[in-house]
Design a protein around this ligand. Structure first.
Ligand code: CA
Length: 435
């Protein structure tokens, strides 16, 4: 529900600071009134799938079956049970603690199921980015089509849309990229893989590919999985887009899904044929920047963020997560069993219900967004977000002019706070003229 301007009575968007009709500053921003529109895809019909045990489960883009989560917990318990017969006392102790944690999670999920809940709706932090496409000539803030005054500074707006075909073609964006990965303070090995590079497209155009993969599995298996995911998806994208780049957002997303599935198949096959690599897997989050479009694909809990001092969401927030975490604790937050703060330090936060290489097929999340000058696209592994909050990431990424130093500062901060896991960051800064 929208609020009204106290001066002229016009409808005011939630959190507007100036009236779109009369341009006067609003006395108190109606910040408590958040948009109540359903998230994108909320009305998609669910897809029925069959489980191996004959039960049916429902999966759609926005929901996850509770039984599927319980299956993940059960298989994790089975995995830790092997540790109970280890010759090493520390491993046995660790396994017993993990099984205890998982039993508590199982209890909470079972209670939800007993109360009649069968699916969990995933939290979508970003129903839509930048629905506001009219740039303010004074401060650069985005405003909705049809707005007469800037909702941030009150200046009179020109009405030309920001993302018209003409402006897209005449505005050349350039990309500056920095990557950094670090073992952290606790682990012996770095099982993360990062990559950034360009792909030649026809007509002297280029696409820029960035990715983060966070491997898991014993000994060298996790490292092998993350690097294989990076290599296979990169080679696939280079090969398939070089001669015939996809013409639409949907086609780029389909290509990204195919690339991620090619990686999934190779890792899954390698894990089955090589007993030392059994059970290995990896996350994979890819950002592909083409012209003024950003295409994202992700599986697991490595994240992509879009950042801009001028705001990236409808309510002007400077930072937004573009990916869902496919982790057990993220869904426990969705059903109110954990707070986001508890999830960051939860002992079972590594348990993913979707990853590359652990099943013969995989669902891949994809999305496309418009890029603007001043944007920063940031990819990272969970080793960063376990120690550094979204607000701190935004502050450092947007406040440090030297991109390479920004990645170093983010990693240092995670290490100062314990560096429990491998830490990887890829940053792309988008530069160009604001028209
Ligand atoms: Ca990790």
């Amino acid at each position: 529900m929208n609020a009204r301007c106290p001066f002229c009575g016009a409808t005011v968007m939630p959190r507007s600071r100036f009236c779109p009709a009369c341009g006067r500053a609003l006395l108190s921003p109606p910040s408590s009134q958040r948009s109540t529109s359903p998230p994108a895809g909320a009305n998609d019909p669910p897809i029925e799938g069959a489980l191996a045990n004959g039960k049916r489960l429902q999966i759609s883009g926005d929901t996850l079956d509770l039984r599927e989560l319980i299956n993940v917990v059960e298989s994790s318990v089975r995995w830790w049970q092997r540790g109970l017969s280890s010759s090493d006392a520390v491993t046995r102790e660790q396994a017993a603690r993990a099984i205890d944690d998982l039993s508590q999670i199982m209890r909470s999920l079972s209670q939800q199921l007993a109360q009649g809940r069968t699916t969990i709706r995933m939290t979508r932090r970003l129903p839509a980015l930048r629905a506001f496409d009219v740039a303010c000539p004074s401060c650069g803030n985005g405003n909705r089509a049809g707005a007469r005054f800037c909702q941030r500074c009150g200046a009179l707006l020109h009405t030309a849309p920001r993302y018209g075909v003409e402006s897209v073609q005449s505005r050349a964006l350039t990309f500056h990229i920095a990557t950094r990965t670090d073992t952290g303070r606790v682990r012996q090995q770095n099982q993360d893989a990062v990559y950034a590079g360009d792909i030649d497209l026809p007509g002297q155009q280029k696409a820029y590919l960035c990715l983060v993969a966070d491997g898991m599995g014993g000994a060298a298996a996790g490292e092998y999985a993350s690097h294989l995911a990076a290599d296979v998806s990169r080679a696939y994208l280079e090969r398939e887009s070089a001669d015939h780049p996809p013409p639409t957002d949907e086609a780029w997303q389909a290509l990204l899904r195919d690339a991620v599935r090619a990686a999934n198949r190779q890792i899954y096959d390698a894990a089955r044929t090589d007993t030392t690599r059994r059970g290995m897997g990896t996350t994979l989050t890819i950002a592909l920047l083409v012209g003024n479009r950003l295409h994202i694909a992700s599986v697991g809990d490595s994240r992509a963020y879009l950042l801009n001092l001028n705001g990236v969401t409808d309510d002007g927030a400077p930072s937004a997560q573009l990916t869902s975490d496919h982790s057990l604790v993220a869904r426990l937050v969705d059903i109110g069993q954990l707070t986001p703060e508890q999830a960051r330090t939860h002992p079972q936060r590594n348990i993913l219900y979707r990853s590359i290489g652990t099943d013969p097929s995989v669902d891949v999340d994809t999305r496309s967004e418009a890029l603007e000058p001043g944007d920063i696209v940031l990819l990272c592994s969970d080793g960063l977000v376990n120690h550094v909050s979204d607000e701190e990431i935004a502050q450092i990424a947007l406040g440090e002019p030297d991109l390479d130093r920004a990645t170093a500062r983010l990693i240092s901060l995670a290490n100062e706070r314990g560096g429990r896991d491998n830490i990887s960051v890829v940053m792309v800064r988008v530069e160009g003229e604001i028209r």
